[in-house]
Design a protein around this ligand. Structure first.
Ligand code: XBP
Ligand code: MG
Length: 229
């Protein structure tokens, strides 16, 4: 096999269909603050163009032509949103997307490293791995690059470059697994090949910049990934 040494997974929409839990967590915090914001599935699908929860709330405020909540309040609300999301995920109901667990196991068995490159926070990644597999994120992944560790979120390449730096690998020796166009842009800008499994919230997007688009990871093999051009 090839020089494939690592798989770098996105989290939201790729490991599991988490965006509905994010949406509900945002709305719970808006209600708790007496804010007349309530993001429908349709609203949220459009708002996902902006990556990062704080950035998404600020973009929504600005699009509404409002000055409040101010940035400091948004930061506090986002911390509450993380707590709400962690509680929702811990409540159960999420499964890994099809093929994720078996591809991770195959990679482990072949001696590859597993990494995360996500816009969401380390706390949310940990909540998810505990819910999906009963294990801490640091037990499941060798490298985690997450959230505010980088200045520029996806579609900027920073979070993938950070994951590669921590892996100690050049982009040619890894593959990114993504669900969104912002994620594809980020990974491609970092020099990575990318496989996309579109998720409920990203199925309408144009994923033509990816190296491979498949409905899920069930038919994806390590050899197939290694051979991707
Ligand atoms: C997912 C996101 C995240 C979540 C919310 O992008 O954009 O912002 O929706 O997470 P990706 P936070 O899957 O490309 O990483 O509220 O914790 O920011
Ligand atoms: Mg995603």
């Amino acid at each position: 096999m090839t020089s494939l040494r690592a798989l770098i997974f996105d989290v939201d929409g790729t490991l599991a269909e988490t965006e509905e839990a994010h949406r509900q967590a945002f709305n719970a915090v808006f209600a708790a603050h007496g804010l007349a914001w309530n993001w429908s599935v349709e609203d949220y699908t459009a708002l996902l163009r902006v990556t990062g929860g704080k950035e998404r709330m600020k973009a929504h405020r600005d699009a509404c032509g409002e000055s409040l909540p101010d940035d400091a309040t948004i930061a506090r609300m986002h911390a509450e949103k993380t707590d709400a999301y962690v509680a929702l995920v811990a409540g159960g109901g999420l499964q890994p997307r099809a093929g994720v667990a078996s591809l991770m196991q195959a990679a482990r068995d072949a001696g590859l490293k597993l990494a995360i490159a996500t816009t969401t926070s380390p706390a949310n990644v940990d909540a998810l791995t505990r819910a999906l597999w009963g294990r801490a994120a640091t037990e499941m992944f060798d490298v985690i690059a997450a959230g505010d560790e980088v200045a520029a979120k996806k579609p900027a390449p920073d979070v993938y470059l950070l994951a590669l730096q921590r892996l100690g690998l050049p982009p040619e020796q890894a593959i990114a697994l993504e669900d969104s166009v912002n994620g594809v842009r980020s990974a491609r800008a970092a020099g990575l090949r990318v496989v996309v499994t579109p998720s409920i919230f990203t199925v309408h997007e144009d994923h033509s910049a990816a190296n491979l688009v498949v409905p899920d990871l069930t038919a994806v093999t390590l050899q197939g990934l290694a051979d991707l051009t």
